[in-house]
Write a protein that binds this ligand. Structure first.
Ligand SMILES: [Zn+2]
Length: 374
């Protein structure tokens, strides 16, 4: 069954929670520092930026899964497991460990690989991506093994892959690329540092949005679906040309399954993987896929706010999904700049409360009423 489920499109006002921004409004004069920016203003403000919050003390609720039986792979590439049905159908793939300390996806793949796997149709690949970073995972310093040399999920630009640039992560991209170049439908599993409800991210391509929408909508508590056009600092796997071409059959989405190292994130990763494989016709339907679903919350990212200084700080510890009612509300300071919401009812997607300079601090998004974007 390929995405044949239909879902209610009822408007619901409780998808994201509301935050009043009035108390942080400033009466100082403002001017744009970059004409192309709808959210960044230079200000002489009466407000002093608050101190940045401490990193969250996230408890490691379950240990990193032992993937040693699957490191060798079964098709000549480390960490890649490939299964053929010998019947026509798409090549479907699930990727985990793009970031070495986000092991909810590895847990999901481990659970699948412990059983005999035979796709009903097409082909299936289960891929552990950044094995080198995962090997470095240390529960005493769990945030340090996101990557070895550079963020693997910013390297999926064909020109960069073809260039002389090299790193541990770049080499791994080149190793798995021959497999990914034949994948038609992809689910890439991640988790988040800051507390947040699960959500699906996808590119602006309609087919990828439909994929995320279907996997979300089959759940009793559907994760939000957020479309964006990526990061300024490099292409993600879901942005790779093969998966990000309008009107193409190929499609991809990224699951942020929850907070790092939390059991409910591992459960969400496994549930979404099973539903994804059932909906693509790769494996039999998961029992949970028959549960009645709530409407799927959808949003589209309009602006990606990068921290231009090392002094980026939010005015309060926003959580993902916060809605700022009024346009022009100050949500953060970045050195001498104020970051203001560019429109009413602006949704904050995955705010990073301690962004490093040059990294994404938050995405600003508009709510869509239903999957057609009307
Ligand atoms: Zn990640």
């Amino acid at each position: 069954m390929l995405f044949l489920l239909s879902f209610p499109h009822t408007r619901r006002n409780t998808f994201f929670h509301w935050v009043s921004g009035e108390r942080v409004m400033s009466c100082a004069s403002k001017r744009h520092v970059r004409s192309e920016s709808a959210f960044r203003f230079r200000a002489v403000s009466a407000l002093l930026p608050p101190s940045p919050p401490a990193l969250p003390a996230v408890r490691i609720e379950y240990p990193p899964p032992d993937i040693s039986p699957w490191i060798a792979g079964n098709c000549g590439i480390q960490g890649v497991h490939h299964f053929e049905s010998r019947r026509p159908g798409p090549h479907v793939a699930v990727t985990a460990l793009m970031h070495g300390n986000e092991y909810a996806g590895a847990y999901a793949l481990q659970q699948l690989l412990m059983q005999p796997l035979r796709p009903l149709h097409g082909r299936l690949s289960l891929i552990f991506l950044n094995l080198a970073a995962y090997k470095n995972f240390n529960p005493a310093r769990p945030t340090l093994s996101r990557f070895v040399e550079e963020d693997m999920n910013r390297l999926w630009q064909p020109e960069l892959i073809a260039s002389a640039h090299t790193s541990v992560e770049m080499q791994r991209v080149r190793e798995v690329l021959p497999v990914l170049e034949t994948v038609d439908i992809l689910l890439d599993i991640h988790t988040m540092l800051w507390p947040a409800q699960p959500l699906f991210l996808c590119s602006m391509a309609e087919n990828s949005r439909d994929l995320a929408y279907c996997v979300s909508g089959a759940q009793t508590n559907p994760p939000a679906v957020v479309q964006d056009s990526g990061h300024e600092d490099g292409l993600r796997l879901i942005d790779y040309t093969r998966f990000n071409t309008p009107h193409s059959y190929m499609r991809a989405c990224l699951l942020e399954a929850g907070q790092h190292w939390q059991k409910n994130a591992a459960q969400q990763a496994l549930l979404s993987t099973r539903l994804f494989l059932a909906q693509t016709g790769t494996l039999p339907s998961a029992p949970t896929s028959t549960a009645p679903s709530e409407p799927v919350r959808q949003a589209v990212v309009t602006d990606c706010v990068q921290a231009l200084t090392s002094r980026f700080v939010f005015v309060q510890p926003f959580t993902s999904g916060s809605i700022i009612r009024k346009a022009g509300t100050v949500i953060a300071f970045d050195g001498q700049d104020e970051i203001r919401t560019p429109y009413n009812n602006c949704i904050l997607v995955m705010p990073n409360l301690r962004p490093r300079r040059g990294h994404t601090a938050v995405r600003l998004a508009k709510r869509l009423n239903n999957k057609t974007g009307t």
